[in-house]
Design a protein around this ligand. Structure first.
Ligand SMILES: CC(=O)N[C@H]1[C@@H](OP(=O)(O)OP(=O)(O)OC[C@H]2O[C@@H](n3ccc(=O)[nH]c3=O)[C@H](O)[C@@H]2O)O[C@H](CO)[C@@H](O)[C@@H]1O[C@H](C)C(=O)N[C@@H](C)C(=O)N[C@H](CCC(=O)O)C(=O)O
Ligand SMILES: Nc1ncnc2c1ncn2[C@@H]1O[C@H](COP(=O)(O)OP(=O)(O)OP(=O)(O)O)[C@@H](O)[C@H]1O
Length: 488
C-alpha cells in the first residue's frame, strides 16, 4: 500500500525523514517483520516497544510509528503520534481495507460462556454449510482449520489481519469472543459488528478492572460501539436472567432480543429441562411456537448457551426448523464439561471452570448423573485476580470431595495459591496439592467405582505455565493412565 495513503488516516502527525513509497506490512513485533514494513512502537505492560525500534529498522522496517522522536540509525522515517495504540487501530483497519464491513461479524461477550457460545455458532454454521471463521480462547478457526493465537481477543493488528484472512478465504461470517480486556484496551477498534451477544457477568478479572462496575462497563462497550446507523441490520442478544442486560439494552438503538430460563419476557425461553443418559432435553419457546430439544451438551449452563445461539440465528433470519435441527447435531464444546471416553468404572469430565459462577454451574451440571461421590479438582492462576480464590472454593464445596491445586502458577508459590483457595471451603473433605499432576493422581487414588471426577480449569489447554515456561500437561491423560493402573 502507498505509505501516503496509509498515513492519511492519522489525524495529527509529524514526519521525520523521508517516507518510503510503499508499506509491505505493519508489525508491532521487531522479532517478526519483513523488508519495507511499518513498525508501531507500543508501550507494553512488560517492555516498551520504543526500545526495539532500532532492531526493527535493522530487520527492514522503513517507517517507525512512535510517541516520541527516537535516535535511530539507518534508512527509515519516523511518524510521531500522541498514542500509538490508537494509531494502530486506525492503521490496521486502513491497511486491511476495513474487512469486517464485508462480512457478518458476531461478537460474544460475558464472564462465562464466550468460548461455548461462539463454538456452538461456528459448529452450527459449519454444519449448515456456511464458510465461517472463529477467534477466541481456543485459537483462530478458519473454515475448520485451527491456528494458534495469543489472546482470547487479540491485539487490533492481529484482529484485523484475521478478519482479512477470513474474508480472503471466502468466509461470510466470523464469530469473535470479545474479552473485557480486549474492549478496555481498544483491541477491537474498527471491527464493525452486526450482532453483539451477552452471556452473563460474574466475578472475574478484578485484578485488571478493579470493581465489578468497571468490569461491567467494559463489557458494555461492545453494545455501545455498534453505532447509530439504523439502516444497518444489527441485533443485540441479551441474557434476560442477568441484571446487567437491561443496562446494556439502553446502550444501543438496535433491536434487542432476550433469552433465558427464568424470565417470562424472554423471546427464547427454555422450560422442562431434564438430564438423562448424558443428554440434555428441554422445551424451547420461541416467537413461533415451542420445540422439543434433545442435545449432547451437558448442564443447564449449556441450555443458556444454546438459547443465545438460537436467538442470534433467528434474529438473522434463519428458519426455526433449521436452527432446531442443527442444535440437535451439536458435538460437545472442547474442554467444557466434556466427557472423557474410557473403560474405567468412574466418569471423568474435563471442564474450563475458573470463576466462582462457572464452578457452581459445572458441579450442578454433574448432579443429575451422580451415582457415587462428585470429586472436583480445581486450581487458579498465580499472579492473577486473588480476590476470587475463596469464593471459587466456596462454590467448589458443593462437591463431595474437593482437590485444590494450581492452574498456571506462574511465579507464585503453590502454597500461596492453595492456601487462599482453602479459606473459602465450607467443609473439610478436601486436600491441597499444589503440583497439578500429583493432584490429578490423588483424584484417581480416592475415586471408587460409580464416582465422578471433574477436572476444572484446564479445559482444552494441554500445558501448565510455571514461571514463564509452558510445560506439557493433560489432566485427561494422567487420569486415564492412573485409572488404568488402579481399576483395570
Ligand atoms: C496485560 C496484557 O494484556 N498484555 C498483553 C500485551 O502484552 P505486553 O503489554 O506485556 O507486551 P510487551 O511484552 O510489554 O511488549 C510491548 C511491545 O513490544 C514489542 N516487542 C517486545 C519484545 C521484542 O523483542 N520486540 C518487540 O517489538 C511487542 O511485540 C509489543 O508490541 O500485549 C500482548 C500482545 O498483544 C498480549 O498478548 C498480552 O496479553 C497477555 C498474554 C495476557 O495475559 N493478557 C491477558 C490479561 C488478557 O488480555 N486476557 C484477556 C481475557 C481472557 C479471558 O477472558 O479469560 C484476553 O483477551 O486474552
Ligand atoms: N453460560 C454459562 N454460564 C455459566 N457458566 C458457564 C456458561 N458456559 C460455560 N460455563 C462454565 O464456564 C466454563 C468456561 O466456559 P467458556 O470457555 O465457554 O467461557 P469463556 O467466557 O470463554 O471463558 P474464558 O474467558 O475464560 O475463555 C465452562 O467450562 C463451564 O464450566
Amino acid at each position: 500500500m502507498y505509505a501516503g495513503e496509509l498515513l492519511s488516516v492519522l489525524p495529527v502527525k509529524r514526519v521525520i525523514g523521508e517516507l518510503p513509497a510503499n508499506v509491505s506490512e505493519i508489525s508491532i513485533d521487531s522479532r517478526a517483520l519483513q523488508e519495507d514494513s511499518m513498525f508501531i512502537c507500543l508501550s507494553g505492560y512488560t517492555v516498551d516497544g520504543h526500545d526495539f525500534a532500532q532492531q526493527a529498522v535493522d530487520a527492514g522496517a522503513t517507517i517507525i510509528v512512535a510517541e516520541r522522536e527516537l535516535a535511530l540509525q539507518g534508512n527509515c522515517a519516523q511518524v510521531i503520534v500522541r498514542d500509538t495504540n490508537r494509531a494502530m487501530g486506525l492503521l490496521a483497519s486502513k491497511f486491511f481495507d476495513y474487512p469486517s464491513q464485508d462480512m457478518t461479524m458476531i461478537g460474544v461477550t460475558g464472564t462465562n460462556g464466550k468460548t461455548s457460545v461462539s463454538g456452538i455458532i461456528q459448529n452450527m454454521l459449519q454444519s449448515m454449510g456456511t464458510k465461517s471463521a472463529l477467534t477466541g480462547t481456543i485459537g483462530f478457526n478458519l473454515n475448520g482449520i485451527l491456528y494458534e493465537s495469543a489472546n482470547t481477543t487479540n491485539d487490533v493488528l492481529s484482529t484485523q489481519q484475521m478478519i482479512f484472512r477470513a474474508k480472503m478465504e471466502g468466509c461470510r461470517v466470523m464469530t469473535m469472543e470479545v474479552s473485557s480486556h480486549g474492549l478496555a484496551l481498544g483491541r477491537l477498534a474498527g471491527v464493525d459488528y452486526d450482532v453483539a451477544i451477552f452471556t452473563n457477568l460474574t466475578h472475574d478479572h478484578l485484578d485488571f478492572h478493579g470493581t465489578m462496575e468497571d468490569y461491567g462497563q467494559a463489557k458494555g462497550l461492545l453494545f455501545s460501539q455498534l453505532g447509530q446507523d439504523l439502516e444497518k441490520n444489527k441485533h443485540v442478544v441479551l441474557n434476560a436472567d442477568d441484571a446487567w442486560s437491561e443496562r446494556y439494552a439502553k446502550l444501543t438503538p438496535f433491536p434487542v432480543w432476550r433469552y433465558g430460563l427464568a424470565s417470562e419476557h424472554a423471546d427464547f425461553r427454555a422450560t422442562n429441562c431434564t438430564y438423562e443418559n448424558f443428554k440434555t432435553n428441554f422445551d424451547m419457546h420461541t416467537p413461533e411456537g415451542t420445540f422439543a430439544i434433545s442435545m449432547d451438551l451437558l448442564g443447564e449452563f449449556n441450555v443458556y448457551n444454546v438459547l443465545a445461539a438460537a436467538t442470534m440465528f433467528y434474529a438473522r433470519g434463519y428458519a426455526l426448523e433449521q436452527i432446531v435441527e442443527h442444535i440437535q447435531l451439536l458435538p460437545p464444546v472442547k474442554g467444557r464439561m466434556e466427557k472423557v471416553p474410557s473403560d474405567l468404572p468412574i466418569e471423568i469430565f474435563i471442564d474450563y471452570a475458573h470463576t466462582p459462577d462457572a464452578i457452581e454451574k459445572a458441579i450442578d451440571a454433574a448432579q443429575p448423573y451422580k451415582q457415587g461421590k462428585v470429586i472436583f479438582l480445581v486450581g487458579t492462576g498465580g499472579n492473577r485476580d486473588k480476590s476470587k480464590r475463596p469464593s471459587m472454593a466456596e462454590k467448589a464445596s458443593k462437591a463431595d470431595y474437593v482437590i485444590l491445586t494450581t492452574d498456571d502458577p506462574r511465579y507464585e508459590a503453590y502454597e500461596s495459591i492453595t492456601g487462599d483457595l482453602a479459606k473459602g471451603m465450607t467443609h473439610d473433605q478436601f486436600a491441597c496439592i499444589g503440583d497439578r499432576a500429583e493432584a490429578v493422581r490423588h483424584a484417581i487414588e480416592i475415586a471408587e467405582p460409580g464416582d465422578m471426577i471433574i477436572f476444572a480449569g484446564k479445559g482444552h489447554e494441554d500445558f501448565q505455565i510455571i514461571e514463564n515456561t509452558k510445560y506439557p500437561h493433560s489432566d485427561a491423560e494422567i487420569a486415564i493412565a492412573e485409572g488404568k493402573k488402579k481399576f483395570l
